[in-house]
Design a protein around this ligand. Structure first.
Ligand code: NDP
Length: 314
């Protein structure tokens, strides 16, 4: 006699806003749902201010992620805080997930919402001063720099929002950007260029982070005010993210040249039953609101796959 196994209708891999929005819809559609994630919150949890999620004029990323998760968990969702290390498909077309804690979990569908991880600069001194001068979260660590001088590396939304937040504490905030015009949302750009505490250093990269017991200066690859050394007390790195799609690749899910999972507008991939949503996909505009929307599409596609329904929910 073979032992009975529990088979989920859908397993959502990823504990960010996309994953939980998807889980909520899947559970409301009556599917048996599990969310597996190594950590909860996702990258938005590090954003110091989200001003473009409808319904919230200004909210921290952490609070928004928590609200979405708590909302989802009002429904019957199994939550497993663990890392998925393999996904394969068995002879019955079930997805079989293996976790770091050596659990084996079966599901009819997968909603892949693993998102991205923060990129490191990979320069000497970065590891040495980690959390002692080198930071990746202005919201978490900005308060250590009251009256001091800091630099933010990067030139898009995260870097610019971090720089604005840091002006609340620091005496001076440099933005060091490798190109010649910052590229955040226009509303943010206008605030940055007018801000008296912010100075932008264009066409420049950081080559090294120097110091003995604490950071002394950044070695730049270009001259600024006659020197290629910039004296600062702390540096915040906000240079984007690496897509976490390796598990999908193992299953031969189609990826594009940026390693993003290729999906259609219904969150379907080339593998039947394997759906993907949020920052891990090839979606053009990566925002909380788009991730949440894609997660909802994935839940509905999963529902249709599991039930074989032709019923349209619109
Ligand atoms: P992005 O990938 O959009 O930008 C990364 C920035 O870092 C770019 O300016 C890039 O330069 C620069 N960069 C990348 N690698 C290096 C390197 N090795 N050395 C120096 N500079 C480097 O990441 P973000 O985190 O800013 O944004 C990710 C997504 O999240 C975006 O879609 C953004 O809109 C969204 N977001 C939304 C927020 C909100 O809604 N409030 C807040 C924060 C992010 P280059 O310009 O040359 O490519």
């Amino acid at each position: 006699m073979t032992a009975k196994i529990l088979i989920y209708d859908t397993i959502i891999v990823g504990g960010g806003v996309t994953g939980f929005a998807s889980a909520m819809y899947a559970a409301r559609l009556g599917l048996k749902v599990m969310v597996i994630a190594e950590s909860l919150g996702g990258t938005i949890a590090l954003a110091n201010a989200v001003e473009n999620y409808p319904g919230f004029i200004n909210i921290t990323g952490f609070e928004l992620a928590e609200k979405i998760r708590n909302h989802a968990m009002e429904y019957p969702i199994d939550l497993e805080e663990d890392r998925v290390v393999h996904i394969k498909r068995d002879e019955n077309s079930l997805f079989v997930l293996t976790t770091m804690d050596r659990k084996t979990i079966h599901s009819k569908t997968i909603i892949f919402a693993t998102g991205t991880k923060l990129k490191e600069l990979n320069v000497p001194g970065e590891k040495k001063f980690l959390n002692r001068g080198v930071h990746y979260c202005a919201l978490c660590d900005g308060g250590f720099y009251k009256g001091l001088n800091v630099a933010v590396i990067g030139g898009a939304d995260s870097a610019c929002m971090d720089a604005l937040l840091l002006t609340q504490y620091a005496a001076k905030v440099y933005i060091i950007y490798r190109k010649d015009r910052l590229r955040p949302e226009p509303v943010t750009y206008n605030r940055i260029v007018k801000h008296p505490k912010i100075e932008i250093i264009y066409k420049t990269n950081v080559k090294e982070i120097h110091g003995d017991t604490k950071i002394d200066y950044l070695q730049l690859d270009n001259f600024h005010n006659g020197s290629d050394k910039l004296k600062i007390d702390g540096v915040f790195i906000a240079i984007g993210h690496t897509v976490l799609s390796d598990l999908a690749k193992e299953l031969s899910v189609e990826l594009n040249d940026k390693n993003e999972v290729v999906t259609d507008k219904n969150a379907q991939t080339n593998i039947p039953g394997f759906f993907a949503a949020g920052d891990v996909t090839n979606g053009m505009f990566k925002q909380v609101i788009t991730g949440v929307g894609e997660g909802v599409h994935a839940a509905y596609s999963s529902y249709r796959y599991v039930t074989g329904t032709k019923f349209e929910y619109y």
